[in-house]
Design a protein around this ligand. Structure first.
Ligand code: PEP
Length: 251
């Protein structure tokens, strides 16, 4: 079964509610191309309004993070139930900015992945090496460790629905992307690992590339056989740039 490419926009800590609605209204003017899935991941404060603005549109809603518990005394956190309540389909977990600035561990990422599936959310689980790890020739070892930790205890059918984003940390927000061939190679390593552990389900796992994807370089990534779309940061804040990337993903 062919994997449907996913283009997901990670808006990070950008956009007030009004700005977020204006952006989705602009995105909605263009139909989602056949054979492509599109998602936007606004900040928590805008999820509810963006969800309403997306009614009747094929664009999916995602959150940028969540806690693994359903409810409780966790001041400042957002639960999977709350994300379902505003009709999120996706949730990004283990983004390198959360690992780096908020000390998110492999163990926490694994809990979040399992909690997402338990609440019928689809995790977009991020992996990727830092520059020092890459320079030390450890890129594959790092993504292998992160992927093994995050998928521990999953059923093969969950692995088939999991989305992984390979995002080399040195490429995020820097304007310096990995080469398309390099992304394809590392994603192939991730898929090989999933295949060893979960068998045929690995052929269904969508594995995206993320890190300075732009309208100019997107098509090169999408031509690669292992790359199933993109997690887009900066360029997802601009309607024209994001829609150009979406069009490039058309099979
Ligand atoms: C990201 O935030 O996941 C990302 C890939 O950002 P950018 O596209 O800006 O590098």
């Amino acid at each position: 079964m062919a994997r449907i490419p996913l283009i997901a926009g990670n808006w990070k800590m950008h956009k007030t509610v009004g700005d977020a609605i204006a952006l989705v209204q602009a995105l909605k003017r263009e139909p989602v191309p056949d054979g492509v899935e599109v998602a936007v991941c606004p900040p928590f404060t805008a999820l509810s309004d963006v969800s309403r603005a997306l009614e009747g549109s094929a664009i999916r809603l995602g959150a940028q993070d969540m806690h693994w518990e359903s409810q409780g005394a966790f001041t400042g956190e957002i639960s999977p139930i709350m994300l379902r309540d505003v009709r999120c389909r996706y949730v990004i977990v283990g983004h390198s900015e959360r690992r780096q600035h908020f000390a998110e561990t492999d163990e926490a990422v694994s809990r979040k992945v399992r909690a997402a599936f338990a609440h019928e959310l689809l995790p977009i689980m991020c992996v990727g090496e830092r520059l020092d790890e890459r320079d030390a020739g450890r890129a594959e070892a790092v993504v292998t460790r992160q992927t093994e930790a995050a998928t521990a205890g999953l059923e093969p059918q969950q692995v088939g629905r999991l989305v992984i984003a390979y995002e080399p940390v040195w490429a995020i927000g820097t304007g310096r992307s990995a080469s398309a061939e390099e992304a394809n190679r590392v994603i192939g390593v991730i898929r090989g690992l999933l295949s060893e552990r979960f068998g045929g389900a690995a052929a269904e796992t969508r594995i995206l590339y993320g890190g300075s994807v732009t309208p100019d370089n997107a098509a090169e990534f999408f031509w690669q056989p292992e790359v199933d779309g993109a997690l887009v940061g900066g360029a997802s804040l601009d309607t024209t740039k994001f829609l150009t990337i979406v069009r490039a993903a058309r099979p």
